[in-house]
Design a protein around this ligand. Structure first.
Ligand code: NAD
Ligand code: UFG
Length: 328
């Protein structure tokens, strides 16, 4: 049987494809390549098309023995979601609805869906557990929470089993450095700081230094992309062995401020660069740190790359060996 990886040419999807291939699984990737990269798909079958195209999806399901789906495909930029919420409902809700319709039509009963820490909004306390209040403060987080609710109803009505890992901040690259993060435009902190260290940017802007944190900058929980990939595969195994549908956090449990990340990049790379203080970015919570005990208990997940220095080193190796990302 084969696993469909929707959005498998993107950052987290391509690392999950690599892990599935390492474990000898048959993989079918569906990606529009609107944001993803063909070269990021290290194996399996790649079908280029949009999940919202039902005829295209029928042909993929009919030509392959697919028994499960890992769905990464989405628009991911929180800032853009504030400017154009409808685009996010279209791609982050309607696309998943189309995927579920295709699954229902072709009798596929297991789905792992990329959710996010953004479902929690401004958390009252950290580390965040799954039962913390869900109050998204941007359309991006809202669309992910909407899908989690849609999944619940689809389980009840059609018996589609789902797992919705809520990731904190994905970071790092594959140990081979053959694949890594290549978003355009890049909005994530670690690749931006690395680009500054490489001399590709004049400076790094720190979005706000007046938060209620020890150094005034926002604290995040950075989780290595290979550990995320591993958790998806475990989640699929969990569902296939009869596990109940569930949402769960995926993070390292350690928080690092923006300033600490900048200092760590300087230490790992030996490079210095200009750092400017900029106004706060709208919708940024001061602290997001995961309590991931549920994923560990439920899936037997043990993140292996939770040292922030090692995470940055792996990203540095990818960026310095691919200064133009996949476009070279
Ligand atoms: P990405 O943009 O690198 O990958 C998404 C992929 O989906 C791209 O290759 C894109 O071409 C494809 N895609 C998008 N819409 C499509 C459609 N309608 N049909 C077919 N393909 C489509 O993003 P990523 O950073 O790998 O994130 C993957 C998932 O994880 C997303 O759902 C995102 O919301 C979630 N997530 C990411 C982070 C993070 O830190 N990167 C954190 C939390 C959650
Ligand atoms: N930041 C800067 N300067 C930059 C870029 C980011 O100071 O140039 C700061 C942000 O303000 C934030 C922190 O660095 O405080 C991390 O920002 P990212 O953009 O790297 O990540 P976010 O925490 O905003 O969001 C990421 C994913 C979302 C996911 C969320 C969950 O992009 O998909 O993590 O924690 F929902």
């Amino acid at each position: 049987m084969a696993v469909m990886v929707a959005g498998g040419a993107g950052y987290i999807g391509s690392h999950t494809v690599a892990e599935l291939l390492d474990r000898g699984q048959d993989v079918v990737v569906v990606d529009s390549l609107v944001k993803g990269h063909k070269q990021a798909v290290l194996g399996g079958k790649l079908y280029i098309g949009d999940i919202r195209d039902a005829a295209f999806m029928d042909s993929v399901f009919e030509s392959n023995p697919i028994d499960s789906v890992i769905h990464f495909a989405a628009d991911i930029e929180v800032g853009l979601s504030m400017k154009d919420p409808l685009a996010f409902y279209r791609n982050n809700v309607y696309t998943v609805m189309c995927m579920l319709e295709s699954m229902k039509k072709h009798g596929v009963k297991n789905i792992v869906f990329s959710s996010t820490a953004a479902v929690y909004g401004y958390p009252k306390s950290v580390p965040i557990t799954e039962d913390s209040e869900k109050n998204p403060v941007n359309p991006y987080g809202e669309t992910k929470l909407t899908v989690e609710k849609m999944l619940r109803w689809c389980d009840k009505a059609y018996g589609i089993k789902w797992a919705a890992p809520r990731y904190f901040n994905a970071a790092g690259a594959h140990e081979s450095a053959r694949i890594g993060e290549d978003h355009n435009p890049e909005s994530h902190l670690i690749p931006i700081v690395i680009q500054a260290a490489m001399g590709k940017r004049e400076s790094v802007m720190v979005f706000g230094q007046d938060y209620d944190t020890p150094d005034g900058t926002c604290i995040r929980d950075y989780i290595h992309v290979t550990d995320l990939a591993d958790a998806h595969i475990l989640a699929l195994e969990y569902l296939k062995s009869g596990g109940q549908s569930a949402s769960f956090n995926l993070g390292s449990g350690s928080g690092y401020s923006v300033t600490e990340i900048i200092e760590k990049v300087k230490e790992v790379t030996g490079k210095s660069f200009r750092v400017d203080i900029a106004p706060r970015r709208e919708g940024d919570p001061a602290r997001l740190v995961a309590d991931s005990r549920l994923a560990k208990e439920m899936l037997g997940w043990h993140p292996k790359n939770d040292d922030i220095g090692k995470i940055i080193e792996s990203a540095w190796k990818w960026h310095t060996t691919h200064p133009d990302g996949f476009n070279e």
